[in-house]
Design a protein around this ligand. Structure first.
Ligand code: HEC
Length: 215
């Protein structure tokens, strides 16, 4: 908007105000002034970029552009919300669909290779392996994963299996401390738990309660 236009407008408004409050009743002139001012505004808006674009688009185009804008806003907001949920996760809420779907993606990219697409583990996992090198265990509740609390599972994923095994036992579960942030590891635990039966989840809870010191 040009300066001269601004100046013209403010002078006109001042005159209008003076007349409106100054007892001068030439209302038809006042009305013309108002219409002039409004026309100036419209002209200024239309010569602006937004006005030119909007005129080019026509009513259909304007509607489409508006719909796209709303769509983009909703998508941005929901991505932001999901990021926040995932980045701030501090526990394995397996009923949180956003966290679980983040965990599912992380699982596919980092774990399915060894533990299988359906968390079924590698065949032969239940053999005897006194020196270690056990095949990857099922994580779906087929193996006794319920003996591990959420924190235990978190630690095994973060630090790998070796720190929790005797030195004579070679544990082939790698640690993901460098690849996956803590919140992502919670997402993984949430996803794994979401795949358990109700019974497995209850059993994990009972085991944890038994280990907890009495109040
Ligand atoms: C290179 C193969 C490999 C990859 C990749 C891998 N694991 Fe493992 N994982 C193993 C093996 C092998 C074991 C069993 C170790 C043992 O008991 O000797 C195991 C054990 C585990 C256990 C302990 C299960 C139990 O009942 O004791 C959990 C939990 C686990 N893995 C989760 C994961 C997750 C989550 C990922 C992905 C972030 C992952 N693993 C990636 C090989 C792998």
């Amino acid at each position: 908007m040009s300066r001269t236009h601004d100046e013209r407008r403010s002078r006109r408004l001042a005159r209008m105000r003076a007349r409106a409050f100054g007892g001068d009743r030439r209302s038809d002139r006042l009305l013309r002034e108002i219409v002039d001012a409004a026309e100036d505004e419209i002209e200024a808006a239309e010569s602006g970029l937004a006005g030119r674009v909007s005129r080019k688009l026509g009513p259909k185009g304007r509607f489409l552009a508006f719909a796209i804008l709303i769509g983009v806003m909703i998508t941005t907001a929901s991505i932001y919300y999901e990021r926040r949920v995932v980045e701030t996760a501090v526990r394995a809420d397996w009923q949180d669909p956003v966290l679980v779907s983040e965990g599912r993606a992380l699982y596919r990219d980092n774990c399915a290779f060894c533990h299988g697409d359906a968390l079924e583990g590698q065949s032969g996992w239940d053999g005897d392996f006194p020196r270690g090198h056990r095949p990857a265990l099922p994580l779906d509740g087929t193996a006794p994963i319920w003996r591990l609390s959420d924190d235990d599972i978190f630690d095994v994923i973060k630090y790998g299996g070796q720190p929790f095994s005797p030195r004579s036992y070679k544990n082939d579960m790698p640690g993901f401390e460098m690849q996956i942030p803590d919140a992502g590891i919670w997402a993984l635990v949430a996803f794994i738990k979401s795949r358990w039966s109700e019974e497995t989840r209850d059993r994990q809870e009972e085991e944890a309660a038994m280990r907890r010191p009495p109040e």
